[in-house]
Design a protein around this ligand. Structure first.
Ligand SMILES: C[S@@+](CC[C@H](N)C(=O)[O-])C[C@H]1O[C@@H](n2cnc3c(N)ncnc32)[C@H](O)[C@@H]1O
Length: 478
């Protein structure tokens, strides 16, 4: 159904939308711009990704992308050498004249790139610009992170090839684009874009998704060395157990016997602690953790529990094998929460509960000088520090219905030892700052961080941030 502004975004197969897309391209490229008919169709359109903006039942804008495996002949045509992984070509976006200037195609374009970066993890992007088309586009794409790679063809068909490749350039491109995407998605007239992961999984193309490639990534440990983190995690675990007790008691967990899977269980302390809580009496409890050093620590410290290697994207568990999934301070460290949701949907039995706890960075309150460092971090970290705000909508796409939502505000206005109030915990100044330790590890060397720290310890400023608990039930249609 169309939204208030009359526009809805949809991923569409070529079978559904091909005729309409061809018609739209012909009007824009051939009739208006005078290009040759050959630009209307792309040999890979049938298996391409097509993100459409639909209004009144008609496609008003579309952007297409094409995936090439190493060795694909099209890469040689563009004079591109092989790379290890997918190459993604971004096609030219098209919109009907009435919708130009309303940023519709820009909105779907940034979302498409963001979702491809998060869930397909390509090794390269490229695009082809007709030299006689729009010469100014070379500069525009250069500002977005594309580098001019070379020229192919001649005469009216001469093309400029622009690429983004190499890990660093791709990451910078992704983070910059994600920031623009977040800004437009929270603007006045956002067009929510559905999940590419769900679309691919639902159309039998889940094999394109990067579950295995992403499984080797641990953004958390890349920025925080485990040696420093172990004592901090234990202290955080003790605090969170006290915070969580009433939350756990207020959640309708299924009765025992039942099975609980904890994703990203780290050193295991927190899982071992909650396993002893009343709602989980008689449960079979198991953790999965990708970091070998944390997994070894968990196994050694808690031999009575089972810990296995595995990531949120590929847990290694059987379909519908668990009644409850927990993820405690893990989701914000994932590049692709959607891929994790897909895996959780697979592993949870229909009717089972997903129980997520994490910091909500959008709720940070404090002086500008500190807020600035937090926001810079949110944008520069490849994990999704803003996921708790987006999770209800994203989880809904995977069939998770909200059951409970709690927020606890962590404040720095306590004394020695935490003070627990309804929906809040007051900590000492020093302890509160250490909860923001991720900022030090990440931006500790920067002038902005030093200023923020100096301000914090040199004034009586107050800061606060929420930790959210969100509980979902997997619908029986899954
Ligand atoms: C902040 S720690 C939380 C650990 C534990 N859940 C706790 O509350 O003490 C984040 C954990 O997520 C794990 N992690 C990082 N990337 C992951 C991924 N892709 N899948 C699953 N876990 C991941 C880290 O190795 C680490 O154990």
């Amino acid at each position: 159904m169309d939204r208030e502004n009359g526009i809805e975004a949809r991923w569409m197969t070529w079978h559904e939308a091909g005729d309409e897309i061809v018609d739209l391209r012909r009007r824009a490229f051939v009739d208006e711009l005078g290009w040759s008919e050959r630009w209307v169709r792309h040999a890979r359109d049938p298996e391409g990704l097509h993100l459409c903006a639909v209004s009144g039942g008609k496609i008003v804008a579309v952007i297409s992308a094409y995936l090439y495996e190493p060795g694909a002949p099209e890469l040689a045509d563009a004079a591109l050498p092989d790379v290890d992984g997918w190459t993604v070509q971004l096609g030219k976006r098209v919109e009907v004249a009435e919708h130009r200037g309303h940023l519709v195609s820009a909105r779907i374009g940034t979302s498409m790139v963001r979702q491809i970066c998060e869930s397909l993890r390509p090794a390269r992007f490229f695009l082809l610009l007709l030299q006689n088309g729009h010469p100014h586009l070379v500069d525009r794409y250069a500002r977005r992170g594309f580098a001019r790679y070379g020229d192919v063809g001649s005469g009216d068909d001469a093309l400029t090839v622009m690429t983004v490749e190499g890990e660093e350039a791709l990451e910078e491109f992704h983070l910059k684009n994600r920031r623009v995407d977040r800004e437009t998605a929270s603007g006045d007239d956002p067009i929510p874009v559905p999940s590419l992961v769900r679309f691919l999984a639902g159309t039998g193309r889940g094999d394109l998704l990067a579950a295995d490639r992403l499984g080797a990534e641990n953004l958390y440990l890349e920025s925080l060395p485990p040696g420093d983190e172990l004592p901090r995690l234990s202290a955080q675990g003790r605090l969170m157990l006290a915070e969580q007790r009433p939350r756990l008691a207020a959640t309708p967990f299924p009765p025992a016997p039942a099975s609980l899977l904890d994703i990203g269980s780290g050193p295991g302390d927190y899982l071992a602690a909650i396993a002893g809580e009343t709602p989980f009496a008689g449960y079979r409890v198991q953790g999965v953790e990708p970091a070998p050093e944390l997994l070894a620590r968990a196994r050694a410290a808690f031999p009575g529990h089972t810990f296995r290697p595995g990531s949120a994207y590929a847990t290694g568990e059987a379909d519908s094998s668990h009644d409850v999934i927990t993820a405690h301070f893990v989701l914000v460290h994932l590049r692709s929460p959607d891929l994790a949701l897909l895996e959780m949907r697979r592993v949870l039995r229909p009717g089972g509960l997903l129980y997520v706890v994490d910091g909500d960075n959008t709720s940070f309150r404090g002086p500008d000088v500190i807020r600035h460092v937090v926001e810079t971090y949110n944008h520069g970290y490849a994990g999704d520090r803003l996921i708790m705000k987006d999770l209800p909508a994203r989880a809904a796409e995977f069939g998770f219905q909200p059951v409970r939502r709690f927020a606890t505000t962590m404040r720095n206005t306590g004394g020695t030892g935490p003070v627990f109030g309804p929906d809040e915990i007051r900590l000492g100044r020093k302890e509160s700052w250490s909860l923001l330790s991720f900022l030090r590890e990440w931006g500790g060397g920067t002038e902005a961080y030093r200023e923020a720290e100096e301000h914090y310890f040199g004034t009586e400023c107050e800061i606060s941030m929420n930790v959210e608990t969100q509980v979902y039930r997997l619908g029986s249609a899954g």
